[in-house]
Write a protein that binds this ligand. Sequence first.
Ligand SMILES: [Zn+2]
Length: 169
Amino acid sequence: MGLIIRSSAIHAAGCYTTTAIRKGARVAEYTGRRLSKAEADTAYEESPITYLFGLGDGSVVIDGHCAAMFINHSCDANCETSEEKDRVWIKAIRNIAPGEEITYDYCLYDGGDDEAICNCGTGKCRGTMYSKEESRRRKAAAKKAVLNASNKAAKKTRTKPETASSAKK
Ligand SMILES: [Zn+2]
Protein backbone atom coordinates (compact mmCIF):
# COMPACT_ATOMS: atom_id res chain seq x y z
CA MET A 1 0.00 0.00 0.00
CA GLY A 2 1.37 3.42 -0.93
CA LEU A 3 0.49 6.42 1.15
CA ILE A 4 1.88 9.85 0.40
CA ILE A 5 1.55 13.15 2.22
CA ARG A 6 0.91 16.21 0.10
CA SER A 7 -1.02 19.47 0.22
CA SER A 8 -4.75 18.98 0.48
CA ALA A 9 -7.83 20.91 -0.62
CA ILE A 10 -9.43 20.16 2.76
CA HIS A 11 -6.74 21.37 5.11
CA ALA A 12 -2.96 21.93 4.91
CA ALA A 13 -1.38 18.53 4.29
CA GLY A 14 -3.33 15.40 3.55
CA CYS A 15 -2.72 11.70 3.10
CA TYR A 16 -3.29 10.17 -0.33
CA THR A 17 -3.15 6.66 -1.61
CA THR A 18 -1.18 5.82 -4.75
CA THR A 19 -2.81 2.39 -4.99
CA ALA A 20 -6.39 1.10 -4.94
CA ILE A 21 -7.65 0.14 -1.49
CA ARG A 22 -10.40 -2.38 -0.99
CA LYS A 23 -13.27 -1.80 1.44
CA GLY A 24 -12.43 -3.25 4.86
CA ALA A 25 -8.65 -3.05 4.38
CA ARG A 26 -6.38 -1.53 7.01
CA VAL A 27 -4.95 1.66 5.50
CA ALA A 28 -2.65 2.78 8.30
CA GLU A 29 -2.07 2.49 12.02
CA TYR A 30 -2.34 5.54 14.25
CA THR A 31 0.89 5.21 16.19
CA GLY A 32 2.70 7.40 18.68
CA ARG A 33 3.51 7.87 22.34
CA ARG A 34 0.81 6.84 24.81
CA LEU A 35 0.02 9.59 27.28
CA SER A 36 -2.50 9.88 30.08
CA LYS A 37 -5.18 12.49 29.43
CA ALA A 38 -3.67 14.65 32.20
CA GLU A 39 -0.18 14.45 30.63
CA ALA A 40 -1.57 15.42 27.23
CA ASP A 41 -3.61 18.29 28.71
CA THR A 42 -0.46 19.68 30.35
CA ALA A 43 1.81 19.14 27.33
CA TYR A 44 -0.60 20.72 24.84
CA GLU A 45 -2.35 23.32 26.99
CA GLU A 46 -1.21 26.16 24.69
CA SER A 47 -1.06 24.30 21.36
CA PRO A 48 -3.59 25.18 18.69
CA ILE A 49 -2.69 22.03 16.78
CA THR A 50 -2.55 18.58 18.33
CA TYR A 51 -2.54 15.08 16.92
CA LEU A 52 -4.08 13.34 19.88
CA PHE A 53 -6.25 10.27 19.55
CA GLY A 54 -8.28 9.22 22.58
CA LEU A 55 -8.38 5.50 23.29
CA GLY A 56 -11.41 3.81 24.84
CA ASP A 57 -12.89 6.08 27.50
CA GLY A 58 -10.32 8.78 26.68
CA SER A 59 -8.12 8.31 29.77
CA VAL A 60 -5.21 7.35 27.50
CA VAL A 61 -4.37 9.23 24.31
CA ILE A 62 -2.00 8.51 21.44
CA ASP A 63 0.23 11.46 20.60
CA GLY A 64 0.34 10.84 16.85
CA HIS A 65 3.69 10.40 15.16
CA CYS A 66 2.89 8.63 11.91
CA ALA A 67 1.49 9.09 8.40
CA ALA A 68 -2.02 8.62 9.82
CA MET A 69 -1.75 11.87 11.77
CA PHE A 70 -1.91 13.73 8.44
CA ILE A 71 -5.20 12.15 7.43
CA ASN A 72 -7.83 14.87 7.28
CA HIS A 73 -11.32 14.84 8.67
CA SER A 74 -14.33 14.49 6.38
CA CYS A 75 -18.01 14.29 7.28
CA ASP A 76 -18.36 11.86 4.34
CA ALA A 77 -15.15 9.91 4.83
CA ASN A 78 -13.79 6.88 3.00
CA CYS A 79 -12.29 5.41 6.18
CA GLU A 80 -13.11 4.94 9.84
CA THR A 81 -11.00 4.25 12.88
CA SER A 82 -11.09 0.94 14.64
CA GLU A 83 -9.61 0.15 18.04
CA GLU A 84 -8.24 -3.35 18.36
CA LYS A 85 -6.34 -4.37 21.48
CA ASP A 86 -5.21 -0.81 22.29
CA ARG A 87 -4.08 -0.18 18.72
CA VAL A 88 -5.88 2.15 16.36
CA TRP A 89 -6.32 1.30 12.71
CA ILE A 90 -7.61 3.46 9.90
CA LYS A 91 -9.82 1.14 7.84
CA ALA A 92 -11.44 1.66 4.45
CA ILE A 93 -15.24 1.75 4.61
CA ARG A 94 -15.52 1.71 0.83
CA ASN A 95 -13.29 0.98 -2.13
CA ILE A 96 -10.80 3.80 -2.63
CA ALA A 97 -9.24 4.61 -6.00
CA PRO A 98 -5.58 5.49 -6.53
CA GLY A 99 -5.00 9.22 -6.05
CA GLU A 100 -7.88 9.72 -3.61
CA GLU A 101 -7.33 11.51 -0.35
CA ILE A 102 -7.78 9.32 2.71
CA THR A 103 -10.25 10.75 5.23
CA TYR A 104 -12.06 9.69 8.37
CA ASP A 105 -14.51 11.35 10.73
CA TYR A 106 -12.52 12.83 13.64
CA CYS A 107 -15.50 12.83 16.02
CA LEU A 108 -13.67 15.41 18.11
CA TYR A 109 -14.40 16.03 21.77
CA ASP A 110 -12.84 18.04 24.58
CA GLY A 111 -12.12 21.04 22.33
CA GLY A 112 -12.58 23.93 24.74
CA ASP A 113 -13.34 27.20 22.94
CA ASP A 114 -12.21 25.88 19.55
CA GLU A 115 -15.09 25.77 17.04
CA ALA A 116 -13.33 23.04 15.01
CA ILE A 117 -15.00 24.23 11.82
CA CYS A 118 -15.10 21.61 9.06
CA ASN A 119 -14.06 22.45 5.51
CA CYS A 120 -14.63 19.02 3.99
CA GLY A 121 -17.09 20.49 1.46
CA THR A 122 -19.08 17.26 1.11
CA GLY A 123 -22.86 17.19 0.87
CA LYS A 124 -23.00 15.55 4.31
CA CYS A 125 -20.90 18.24 6.01
CA ARG A 126 -22.15 19.04 9.53
CA GLY A 127 -19.97 22.16 9.67
CA THR A 128 -17.89 20.93 12.57
CA MET A 129 -15.38 18.20 13.25
CA TYR A 130 -16.94 17.46 16.63
CA SER A 131 -18.82 14.21 17.05
CA LYS A 132 -22.63 14.41 16.91
CA GLU A 133 -22.84 13.83 20.69
CA GLU A 134 -20.20 16.47 21.38
CA SER A 135 -21.96 18.97 19.08
CA ARG A 136 -25.20 18.41 21.00
CA ARG A 137 -23.39 18.80 24.32
CA ARG A 138 -21.71 22.01 23.15
CA LYS A 139 -24.98 23.46 21.83
CA ALA A 140 -26.72 22.65 25.13
CA ALA A 141 -23.85 24.27 27.04
CA ALA A 142 -24.06 27.38 24.85
CA LYS A 143 -27.83 27.55 25.38
CA LYS A 144 -27.34 27.19 29.13
CA ALA A 145 -24.82 30.04 29.06
CA VAL A 146 -27.38 32.25 27.30
CA LEU A 147 -30.09 31.24 29.82
CA ASN A 148 -27.75 32.00 32.73
CA ALA A 149 -27.03 35.38 31.20
CA SER A 150 -30.73 36.18 30.83
CA ASN A 151 -31.40 34.92 34.40
CA LYS A 152 -28.74 37.30 35.63
CA ALA A 153 -30.39 40.10 33.68
CA ALA A 154 -33.76 39.10 35.15
CA LYS A 155 -32.31 39.17 38.68
CA LYS A 156 -31.01 42.65 38.05
CA THR A 157 -34.47 43.76 36.98
CA ARG A 158 -36.01 42.37 40.15
CA THR A 159 -33.83 44.55 42.32
CA LYS A 160 -36.17 47.42 41.44
CA PRO A 161 -39.12 47.00 43.84
CA GLU A 162 -41.51 49.25 41.93
CA THR A 163 -41.00 47.15 38.74
CA ALA A 164 -41.59 43.89 40.66
CA SER A 165 -44.82 45.10 42.29
CA SER A 166 -46.18 46.51 39.04
CA ALA A 167 -45.44 43.20 37.32
CA LYS A 168 -47.59 41.35 39.94
CA LYS A 169 -50.71 43.49 39.29
ZN1 LIG B 1 -17.56 18.43 6.97
